[in-house]
Write a protein that binds this ligand. Structure first.
Ligand SMILES: CSC[C@H]1O[C@H](OP(=O)(O)O)[C@H](O)[C@@H]1O
Length: 353
């Protein structure tokens, strides 16, 4: 197994003891120019941080939500069976933040199973168990990323030129990353020649976050606009595309950042492998196909404004789907901590669990 470099970047941290401490969220809206940590004292603070994309990325959202449940329940007295509505209220508050990334709902379900086991326990025991669950989800995700990174790197002989989209690194996860985790593992094993980093309009996760992670770790990367991808593929300068995901349906359809589907079509045309790197926590066997995945529609001003400056006239219509769905037949393979699977995904995805 490749000795992958473990990134020292994390999107979350805890400050103080569990009784009075707070969750610290790295404000990803301020990167790459400022590293600002926001203090989250309540479930409401965490929900706002997820909704406003202070923190983003499917696994990172799930981790944040789990800490949000612990923070929310810390505020109450008495056993859960005396006030089940409070748990449901906090769970629904966090569940309402963003609809597409399945990790949010997967993490909340894990918290609900802890609470069910401790519905008669005193509140301190319940809250401590919820903090333990959040810590476990955090650590497991980082460990899983290191494993999937190695599986992904083993697919290549090197030197390899990878194109990636959005941010799938330590900032989007419990650390290390999914697609960027594979890129880190390739870098660690001297099999990475270059990374083409798609800027990823409108939130610019690629330009502001992936480029920041690459520069911090000395990974050789070139920032390109989303519209340049086809050009560099046509020049024969892209050996593979590796991306993350927010939800994979049972048939292998992939919901991911807007622009992913276009890259998959380009890969098909140019005969370039199109890989999706993901922890098992982002595979949703309860969703039959991509047609059943809700695509988040975000505030139009995220498209019309850059850095607070208006770039489009008042009155123009604006579309802002934050994700798209790539059909399974355009996905070469899915890289996970349990191994790499190939089509037909309806048959192969269940073998991972
Ligand atoms: C490792 S999951 C990263 C995944 O999340 C991103 O979405 P967002 O930044 O809106 O949370 C994007 O779809 C990435 O592929």
């Amino acid at each position: 197994m490749t000795d992958a470099i473990a990134s020292n970047v994390v999107p979350l941290s805890w400050e103080g003891d569990r009784a009075t401490g707070r969750l610290l969220m790295l404000d990803q809206r301020q990167l790459p120019t400022e590293e600002v940590w926001l203090k989250m004292h309540s479930a409401e603070d965490v929900a706002r941080g997820i909704r406003e994309m202070v923190i983003r990325g499917a696994p990172a959202i799930g981790i944040a939500a789990a800490f949000g449940m612990a923070l929310g329940m810390r505020a109450f007295e008495g056993p859960l069976h005396e006030r089940p509505a409070e748990f449901s209220r906090i769970r629904e508050l966090l569940a309402s933040t963003r609809p597409t990334a399945v990790n949010l709902f997967w993490a909340l379900e894990r918290c609900a199973r802890v609470a069910e086991r401790l519905r008669d326990a005193d509140n301190a025991s319940l809250t401590d168990a919820l903090f333990n669950e959040a810590d476990q989800i955090f650590q497991d995700d980082r460990d899983n990323n290191l494993r999937l990174g190695n599986y992904g790197a083993a697919l290549f002989e090197g030197p390899t030129r990878i194109l990636t989209h959005c941010n799938t690194g330590a900032l989007a996860t419990g650390g290390y990353g999914t697609a960027l985790g594979v890129i880190r593992a390739l870098h660690a094993s001297q099999k990475l020649e270059h990374v083409w980093v798609g800027e990823t309009r409108p939130y610019l996760q690629g330009a502001r976050l992936t480029a920041w992670e690459c520069v911090k770790e000395g990974i050789d990367a070139t920032l390109i606009t989303d519209s340049m991808a086809a050009h560099f593929m046509k020049l024969g300068q892209v050996d593979a595309v590796i991306l993350g995901t927010d939800r994979i349906a049972r048939n292998g359809d992939v919901a991911n950042k807007i622009g992913t589907y276009g890259l998959a079509v380009l890969c098909k045309h140019h005969n370039i492998p199109f890989y999706v790197a993901t922890p098992l926590s982002t595979i949703d066997l309860n969703t039959a196909s991509g047609d059943d995945i809700e695509i988040e529609q975000r505030d139009p001003t995220e498209v019309t404004h850059i850095g607070g400056r208006q770039m489009a006239p008042e009155g123009v219509g604006v579309a802002h789907p934050a994700f798209d769905v790539t059909p399974a037949d355009l996905v070469t393979a899915i890289i996970t901590e349990a191994g790499v699977v190939y089509p037909p995904y309806t048959d192969t995805l269940p073998t991972l669990f």
